[in-house]
Design a binder for this molecule. Structure first.
Ligand code: SAM
Length: 283
C-alpha cells in the first residue's frame, strides 16, 4: 500500500508491468506519491474540474490528481505498456479516470472533457514546448483550459517566466505572459525521477487571463516573436527584415528603435509591432 491510496507503490507497478524507461519517449518517472500529490495540490482545487494529463506513464501524477479529488482525469499516453497499470488505477477510482492510448499531438482531448478544465502533466521533454505553444496560441481566447500545471526542464520553466533583458527572455516568455499569469511553483532535482535526468526540473503554473494583456493576432505575434528571437543578437531591423519591405517604419511607428535587440523589447512592444504588421498584411 502507498502513502496516498490503496494501490501498490510505483516501484512495484513499474516492475510488475516491465516499464523500463524509454529515452525516446522522454520517460523519467516520478516515484514519490507524496511529491505527486504536492504537484497535484499546486494545480488548486480540482474537485469541480476535469483534468487533462499528458503522458501519465505508470500513473504517479495521475494518482496524485485523483487522491487530491479531481472530478475526472483524462490521461493520454503513447506507450502501450503503461495502459494495464493505468487501468488498475481506473478500477480503484470508478468513473473518474479515462485513459486514451495515443499521441497527445494528435488526440483531440475536448471530445472527452467537460469544462472547467485544467491541465496537469509531467511532460515528455520532446513535445513539452510544442504543446505549451499550442495551448497558448489558439486564434480565440479564453482557451479550453483555466490553468496549466506543467513540469519542464528547469531552463524551459525559466524561459516561461523570464523578464525582458534577461538571457532566458524570448518566445516562450512572451507567448506565456501575453495571455496568462505564469510562475514557478516548485523546483526538483534529478533525484526525484527514475531514471534521473541530467538537469533539474521545475513545475510552472499558468492561469489563463480572461483577456490577453494587449491586443494582437496570435499567429502574427507568434511569427514576429519567433523571427525576432531566431537571431536574438541582431538588431531588429536586420532580424525582422523578411517580415516587411519597410520594417524600420513599423518599428519606428510603434516606438521601438530599429537598432534595438529583441531581448530588450517588452511584451507590449511586440504586441504593437504585430498589430502594425497585421494591418499591412490586411491592407
Ligand atoms: N507522468 C509520469 C510521471 O510523472 O512519472 C510520466 C512522465 S514522463 C516525463 C513522460 C510520459 O509521456 C511518458 O510516460 C511517455 O511515455 C509519455 N509520452 C511521450 N510522448 C508522448 C506523446 N506524444 N503523447 C502522449 N504521451 C507521450
Amino acid at each position: 500500500m502507498s502513502a496516498i491510496d490503496n494501490l501498490p507503490p510505483l516501484r512495484a507497478v513499474i516492475a510488475e508491468h516491465g516499464l523500463s524507461a524509454r529515452k525516446a519517449l522522454g520517460q523519467n518517472f516520478l516515484l514519490d506519491l507524496n511529491l505527486t500529490a504536492r504537484i497535484a495540490r499546486s494545480a488548486g482545487d480540482l474537485s469541480q474540474c476535469d483534468v487533462l494529463e499528458i503522458g501519465p506513464g505508470p500513473g504517479g501524477l495521475t494518482r496524485g490528481l485523483l487522491a487530491e479529488g479531481a472530478r475526472k482525469v483524462l490521461a493520454i499516453e503513447k506507450d502501450r505498456r503503461c495502459i494495464p497499470a493505468l487501468e488498475q488505477i481506473a478500477a480503484a477510482y470508478p468513473g473518474r479516470l479515462e485513459i486514451v492510448e495515443g499521441d497527445a499531438l494528435e488526440v483531440d482531448p475536448l471530445a472527452h472533457l467537460t469544462p472547467p478544465i485544467r491541465v496537469a502533466a509531467n511532460l515528455p521533454y520532446n513535445i513539452g514546448t510544442e504543446l505549451l505553444v499550442r495551448w497558448l496560441t489558439p486564434a480565440d481566447w479564453p482557451p479550453f483550459w483555466d490553468s496549466l500545471t506543467l513540469m519542464f526542464q528547469k531552463e524551459v520553466a525559466e524561459r516561461i517566466v523570464a523578464e525582458p533583458g534577461s538571457k532566458a527572455y524570448g518566445r516562450l516568455a512572451i507567448l506565456a505572459q501575453w495571455r496568462a499569469e505564469a510562475r514557478i511553483v516548485m523546483t526538483l532535482g534529478p533525484e526525484a525521477f527514475s531514471p534521473p535526468p541530467k538537469v533539474s526540473s521545475a513545475v510552472v503554473h499558468l492561469t489563463a487571463l480572461s483577456e490577453p494583456r494587449f491586443p494582437a493576432d496570435a499567429a502574427t505575434l507568434s511569427h514576429v516573436v519567433a523571427t525576432a528571437f531566431n537571431q536574438r543578437r541582431k538588431m531588429l531591423r536586420a532580424a525582422l527584415k523578411g517580415l516587411s519591405p519597410d520594417i524600420e517604419a513599423h518599428l519606428n511607428a510603434v516606438g521601438i528603435a530599429p537598432t534595438e535587440r529583441a531581448e530588450r523589447v517588452p511584451l507590449e512592444g511586440f504586441c504593437a509591432l504585430a498589430r502594425s504588421l497585421r494591418q499591412e498584411m490586411d491592407g
